[in-house]
Design a protein around this ligand. Structure first.
Ligand code: ATP
Length: 458
């Protein structure tokens, strides 16, 4: 529960469990919204006579700027770009809209190796779609990775984070583990820093098979939602230090972090996504038979969240069984939610089912911002040859526009995302301009050009 502005023990029972409340039917709404925005700097959404904001509470009244208001409880979860209206099971009020009267601000961070090739193609396609959809975007190129290290002495140079603070989202190319010098304090891996700094707790990774593209299964269409900031990875599971240590030369100890809040947030993200899909099934993957406390907590939170979504079917599969089921019959899965490392491993497997890493997009999303980041790494083995498949990165950009469109209710961004999806699918299905991993001979740039050109015809 968010405790900014109130102590949870003071909450009257009707607000228990609500992370946020909505002000309704108050004649001073405009003033209240303004005062609150000024006072606390946070106003989540507005639509006609409705405001959704974090709240301060005294006894049985909610007050903003000293004005008492009627309130209604709901759960706010914007990870999948869903609005408060859509995430509340009891809410009967109209859908929220936040007025976005300015261009979207999107960062461009190319990264290393094939990032330098696939990110420019992604931006090319995003620009073409945004132009056709009349979606105003201000673009902000920012240094990161090896180039930033060479030019500015740091893989995440001072100023990059400060600039990202002002953006709505960004496209991040892969950062090469081999591209950057080892054992240099200024050569750090920016991924965990970005994911934690912006609370990008959900890593959303779709896998979809297309006719004509060489793959193991023809009819896979699933989304894996992976918790992004907890679990086993030692570079992000402790506040200070490193979550792995060696007490003696022959012994290494690693730790795993699972929290109720982290599990709940990612579970809610998965259910929100499932609601946007036809089959509406969430499968939680864990191993609570062995990791009784850690996976046990994750599973408990998934079960609790499942009760808030009676319209979404829910089941659980142990992670080892899941490995087999994904190989045997992946078509049965719709949305999969799991912990960090299980998700990291399984999402490489799900990408392989549909043709490989070149076809595996991804989005890391949090409460305020999202980061388009393909599942693949920097692939130094094929870098500089112009043969990397830009599909994964382009569709990651598409996911970012869709997320921003839903979060801020920018119809033009949703239209641009739809155009990108249609254009990409049309080029892939036509089968004429494909990179080697998809069975073709086209270069990275030729695919980018073909998809950007297809935007005008779809
Ligand atoms: P990193 O250490 O950055 O994760 P990696 O080489 O270990 O890099 P990936 O970059 O994910 O891991 O690449 C694994 C393999 O998948 C590469 O050898 C490459 O051939 C292939 N691959 C990855 N991305 C693409 C792509 N976009 N297009 C074509 N092949 C790709």
């Amino acid at each position: 529960m968010n405790t900014r502005g109130f102590a949870s023990k003071k909450l009257p029972h009707q607000f228990m469990g609500a992370r946020y409340v909505r002000i309704i039917d108050n004649p001073h709404l405009a003033d209240i919204g303004g005062q609150f925005a000024n006072a606390a700097g946070e106003k989540f959404a507005t639509h006609d006579g409705l405001h959704a904001v974090r709240f301060e509470i005294a006894k049985d009244q909610v007050r903003f700027g000293g004005v008492a208001c009627c309130v209604q409880r709901f759960h706010m979860s914007s990870v999948a770009g869903r609005t408060a209206r859509e995430t509340c099971t009891h809410d009967k009020t109209p859908r929220f809209r936040m007025r976005m009267n300015r261009p979207l601000n999107i960062g461009i961070l190319e990264g290393d190796d094939i990032g330098l090739e696939v990110v420019p193609e992604t931006i090319k396609v995003m620009r073409a779609a945004a132009a056709k959809a009349k979606c105003a975007i201000d673009w902000h190129p920012l240094p990161i990775g090896r180039r930033a290290f060479d030019e500015l002495g740091n893989t995440l140079p001072p100023g990059t984070l400060e600039k990202l603070d002002t953006l709505d989202g960004w496209v991040l190319g892969p950062i090469g583990h081999q591209a950057c010098p080892k054992n240099n304090p200024n050569s750090i891996n920016p991924h965990p820093i970005l994911r934690r700094h912006y609370d990008l707790f959900a890593n959303i990774r779709p896998s979809k098979s297309y006719p004509g593209i060489p793959c193991i299964y023809k009819d896979v269409d699933l989304i894996l939602v992976r918790e992004n900031n907890e679990g086993f990875p030692p570079d992000r599971n402790v506040h200070l230090g490193y979550g792995e240590f060696r007490p003696s030369p022959d012994m290494t100890i690693g730790i795993r972090v699972i929290t109720r809040q982290g599990s709940q947030k990612v579970a809610r993200a998965a259910f929100d996504i499932a609601r946007t899909r036809q089959r509406k099934i969430v499968t939680a993957v864990h191993k609570d038979t062995v990791f009784k406390l850690a996976c046990g907590m994750f599973a408990e939170e998934c079960r609790k969240v499942a009760k808030e979504y009676p319209d979404v079917a829910f089941n659980e599969v142990l992670v080892d069984t899941m490995a087999a089921k994904l190989i045997m019959k992946p078509q049965q899965f719709d949305v999969i939610v799991t912990t960090n490392t299980f998700g990291d491993i399984l999402s490489d497997a799900t990408s392989a089912l549909v043709g490989g890493l070149g076809l595996a997009p991804g989005l890391s999303a949090g409460p305020q911002r999202a980061m388009a980041q393909a599942t693949h790494g920097s692939a130094p083995d094929i870098a500089g040859k112009g043969i990397a498949n830009p599909y994964a990165m382009i569709m990651s950009g598409q996911m970012l526009l869709q997320w921003l469109g839903r979060k801020h209710n920018v119809e033009a961004a949703l239209r641009a995302a739809d155009l990108m999806e249609l254009a990409t699918e049309s080029v892939v299905k036509a089968g004429k301009v494909l990179t080697a991993d998809m069975g073709g001979k086209a270069s990275t740039r030729e695919i980018g050009d073909a998809i950007a050109a297809a935007i005008s015809t779809v």
